[in-house]
Design a protein around this ligand. Structure first.
Ligand code: GLN
Length: 450
């Protein structure tokens, strides 16, 4: 099939099904002509690793000429003048941007319900959430409204929605994928990551988007070798079962998925040991202090004076205050308030300073665990997808299920969520955590499990 034909079929499918799922906020009106341009490059003999592959992109990754809303009223009409590095690399590789997907406003949430454009629904059960914040990208890949997609992961936003929708989702080592053009939420935690329905597709995407970028000072000089890693052997590796993550709170189906993964891997010669992360219990508290503190600073720019939603007022201060009050939804306002409070003088040492210490402890726990095992195993999320509306009235309940994913961002490590079973007809998943820069090894294991 030609790039144009593939793109046309996907656009038809999106037109049919998106009204039900609300996975996309914006369809790229140029998708077909961009596919035509790719076809022309192929005729010229260019070798394109992603020739004509349609990609769905989370709407907090900027795309030149295509509006990028962050699912916020404040950026409802923002059309970026440049492409994010990942988008530039996708285009060079011959991919076609199909459209921009739904998320929790500014990537703050775990259900894709806190969106100015309405909730996304889980293709497995329309009464349930697809997870978040990259729920639109996850639902799009699960329902084949795109073969692959990009999301962003600050505390689990790629891995948890991947788990809830039965697809693969990957959060790279901090610095392996450029953040240039990713709208910042919490800069020390944010990473862009891919979704796919197979390990190979996930690897193909990583080989295109990862690698050093002079435009992101935190990007690392490590070339991606993901497809190569698919051929490696798993025999002789040691996996550490994280004790604290397997204790209370997991549903039976989630625990069965962990056991299933273990049985398959043991059959392939992988050794299992138990490891402990004693500070895991502080991960959530540390995460919500670090993430909200950084967010309160990053979101200061949306004051109505430059490119975001602008309200009316008597003077500049009133315009700014009203623009922010009206432009941000409830969860974003809550987080900016929490972060501003945590950073304010007199509270800084008690909250932000403590959170940094806990973050350091968590990192050290991981280091100790990796002295005993090459890769660690946890459930991605302790339960399958929950119902729409179930947790929106109780922000704390929404935060609580993210422990296993947020710890990985605090330590900057790579984390891969892979589907490993189902419970009452809903997908459940396990998470593999690697040492820093050993991202590729997780793909070797995932490929062996598949
Ligand atoms: N659910 C977490 C939060 O609400 C993680 C979000 C994310 O990774 N962007 O902050």
């Amino acid at each position: 099939m030609s790039p144009v034909e593939v793109t046309r079929r996907y656009l038809e499918r999106v037109t049919d099904l998106n009204p039900k799922l609300n996975a996309y906020i914006t369809i790229n009106p140029e998708a077909l002509s961009e596919a035509e341009a790719v076809a022309e490059r192929m005729r010229q003999g260019e070798a394109l690793p992603l020739a004509g592959v349609p990609v769905a992109v989370k709407d907090n990754i900027v795309t030149r000429g295509l509006r990028t809303t962050c699912a916020s009223k404040s950026l409802e009409r923002f059309v970026p003048p440049y492409d994010a590095t990942v988008i530039q690399r996708l285009r060079e590789a011959g991919a076609v941007i199909l459209g921009k997907t739904n998320l929790d406003e500014f990537a703050m949430g775990s259900s894709c319900e806190y969106s100015h454009f309405g909730a996304t629904r889980n293709p497995w059960d329309l009464e349930r959430v697809p997870g978040g914040s990259s729920g639109g990208s996850a639902a799009a890949v699960a329902a084949d409204l795109a073969p692959v997609a990009l999301g962003s992961d600050t505390g689990g936003s790629v891995r948890q929605p991947a788990a809830f929708t039965g697809v693969l989702g990957f959060k790279p080592t901090y610095g392996r994928v450029s953040r240039y053009g990713l709208v910042a939420f919490a800069s020390s935690l944010d990473q862009i990551g891919p979704f796919a329905r197979s390990t190979r597709d996930l690897a193909l995407l990583m080989d295109v988007i990862a690698g050093p970028d002079p435009r992101d000072a935190t990007s690392l000089e490590v070339p991606p070798r993901f497809v190569e890693a698919l051929e490696a052997r798993v025999e002789g590796l040691t996996i550490g079962m994280v004790k604290e993550a397997l204790e209370a709170g997991n549903t039976p189906g989630v625990l069965e998925a962990v056991e299933r993964f273990r049985t398959v891997m043991e059959g392939l010669g992988v050794r299992f040991v138990e490891v402990s992360l004693p500070s895991l219990e502080y991960a959530l508290a540390a995460y919500y202090l670090v993430a909200t503190s950084e967010a309160s600073s990053n979101l200061a720019r949306y004051d109505g004076t430059l490119f975001s939603y602008r309200s009316e007022g008597e003077d500049l201060v009133e315009v700014m205050m009203r623009s922010r009050a009206e432009g941000f939804g409830p969860e974003v306002r809550r987080r900016v308030l929490m972060g501003t409070f945590a950073l304010s003088s007199g509270y800084y040492d008690a909250y932000y300073g403590k959170a940094l210490k806990a973050r350091r402890r968590i990192y050290q726990d991981f280091e100790a665990a990796f002295a005993q095992a090459d890769v660690l195993l946890t459930p991605t999320s302790p339960t399958p997808a929950f119902k729409l509306g179930e947790k929106t009235q109780d922000p704390l309940a929404m935060y609580l299920s993210d422990t296993n994913t947020v710890a990985v961002n605090l330590a900057g490590l790579p984390g891969l969520s892979l589907p490993a079973g189902n419970e009452d007809g809903l997908p459940v998943a396990v998470q593999l955590i690697g040492r820093a820069l050993e991202d590729e090894r997780l793909f070797t294991l995932s490929m062996a499990f598949e």
